[in-house]
Write a protein that binds this ligand. Structure first.
Ligand SMILES: Cc1cc2nc3c(=O)[nH]c(=O)nc-3n(C[C@H](O)[C@H](O)[C@H](O)COP(=O)(O)OP(=O)(O)OC[C@H]3O[C@@H](n4cnc5c(N)ncnc54)[C@H](O)[C@@H]3O)c2cc1C
Length: 441
């Protein structure tokens, strides 16, 4: 195969790699996606639980995830089919009461202001402090002169507000403990969710498992456009010639390539880039990204069992958010999400599931005992979104000509999310496309 006819090689079939593949295919380029595992989707993929398709982790999207929603439409998945869109309503239950934030039908950011002022379960002083915090950062454009931790950002907030609102939001969005999490990224999430349009803060709960929501239709799209997706295909090395990328290696197999997008997690990208002089410093930076876990415990109850809402927060125990999988057509199935590190990671699966079932029973005493469970631990669910992270996130272009980066950890400004992954893939694809287009004189 000559360099001119080489397809663009995309290493990694997670949401970032597939987003790049769809964007490039749609622009008329031939792509090959090489995925090391037996399945597409990476950290957002389907798992089997009995006869049900569940996910490796319960995912929640918000209305501000525009690129993700647009890309799903592009591969033929209509929003109404894939998502349940709910106006912002957060309910967090604790032993000593509950917080209920419900946004009225007002334009942004008034809807947030009204929700905080009406804040069910909060004392008057707490509501004013929450509103003051939101207003102050709105007026400052959600920008900090210098990044600090979320804990420092929230230093003047009452402890109940932190317990019921800010800390659950920090863990849910950044998957990093408030003492370490980047306040600047947290404020950016608040800005994108609340400052522009009311619809941005809508909660989007998938109705389809994560395989059907994008990776499978993306595969069809790429193949229909003449591209190829290969599973069980681990890229083991990059070949460089005359200072630019020449091929990828899969063990003994060589695949010639003039353009390669590495859409793999930072550690995997670091391993591939560390052997080449021009990219060794970049590899060092990527190797230093830390990771945080997310644990999901699925509990199966009789089909009549249901939660009072599609999603309920619990404070004070292991369980942070509970989802009623009725939304997916799986009545009786609940998903409990635990973001970040903690004592729960030390527990074996059985005692952890029993502990979660006990927490659910304490908050919803009319539920019967669960009949079955599945514990899914993702040890490297997201990159650790620490203070100063913005300065360490790499751009799509690398010092090695023809070699590009995509993935949720690149410099999208977002925490590790589907939207961050998709944005990075689409933006990277557009850069590659621009580079390959003949220059007009
Ligand atoms: C449990 C859990 C819950 C989450 N909850 C949410 C949520 O509620 N909302 C949200 O927006 N986000 C959530 N996320 C984050 C979101 O899933 C990720 O940010 C996103 O999936 C990352 O996509 P990616 O394509 O950047 O990386 P990945 O999904 O990691 O894709 C990289 C791919 O590269 C492959 N690969 C690695 N090395 C090689 C190699 N050498 N050769 C070939 N292939 C290789 C991997 O197998 C993988 O498929 C969650 C993640 C987890 C794990």
């Amino acid at each position: 195969m000559t360099a001119a006819s080489d397809p663009i090689v995309i290493v990694g079939g997670g949401w970032a790699g597939l987003a790049a593949a769809v964007e490039l295919s749609g622009r008329g380029h031939r792509v090959v996606v090489l995925e090391s595992s037996r399945q597409l989707g990476g950290r957002a993929r389907r798992l089997a639980f009995g006869d049900d398709g569940v996910d490796n982790g319960q995912h929640l999207l918000i209305g501000a995830y525009r690129e993700t929603l647009a890309l799903m439409e592009r591969v033929g998945i209509r929003e109404q089919t894939a998502m349940l869109r709910l106006p912002l309503r957060l309910e967090v239950r604790a032993a000593n009461g509950a917080l209920v934030l419900a946004a009225p039908r007002l334009p942004a950011p008034l809807h947030l202001g009204a929700a905080l002022l009406a804040g069910g379960g909060l004392r008057l002083g707490e509501r004013w402090r929450a509103l003051g915090f939101a207003l102050r950062h709105y007026l400052q454009g959600f920008r900090l002169r210098k990044d600090c931790s979320v804990a420092e950002l929230l230093a003047d907030q009452p402890s109940r507000l932190k317990e019921l609102l800010w800390h659950p939001l920090c863990l849910a969005t950044l998957n990093t403990l408030p003492a370490q999490a980047s306040a600047q990224v947290f404020l950016r999430v608040l800005r994108d969710s609340f400052a522009h349009q009311r619809r941005d803060s809508d909660l989007m709960i998938p109705r389809l498992d994560l395989g059907r929501a994008f990776p499978e239709p993306a595969l069809d799209f790429v193949e229909r456009h003449g591209g190829q997706v290969r599973l069980c295909s681990r890229v083991t090395a990059l070949e460089v010639k005359d200072g630019r990328i020449a091929a990828v290696r899969l063990g003994s197999e060589r695949l010639s390539a003039a353009q390669v997008i590495l859409a793999v997690p930072p550690g995997a990208a670091a391993r591939l880039l560390s052997h080449h002089g021009s990219t060794a410093p970049l590899a060092d930076t990527l190797a230093q990204f830390g990771h945080e876990p997310i644990t999901t415990v699925y509990l199966r109850y009789p089909v009549e069992a249901r939660l009072p809402a599609e999603m309920v927060g619990l404070a004070g125990g292991f369980t942070q958010w509970l989802f009623d999988r009725r939304v997916y057509g799986q009545p009786g199935l609940l998903a409990a999400v635990i973001s970040g590190p903690g004592e729960h990671v030390e527990l074996e699966r059985e005692p952890l599931a029993a502990r979660i079932a006990a927490e659910v029973a304490a908050h919803f005493p009319t539920l019967p005992a669960p009949t079955e469970h599945l514990v899914v631990r993702e040890k490297r669910a997201t990159f650790r979104c620490t203070v100063g992270i913005d300065a360490r996130r790499p751009a799509a272009a690398t010092p090695l000509a023809g070699c590009w980066l995509a993935g949720d950890y690149t410099d999208t400004g977002y925490p590790a999310t589907l939207e961050g992954a998709v944005r990075s893939g689409v933006q990277c694809a557009r850069l590659v496309d621009t580079r390959l287009r003949p220059k007009t004189p």
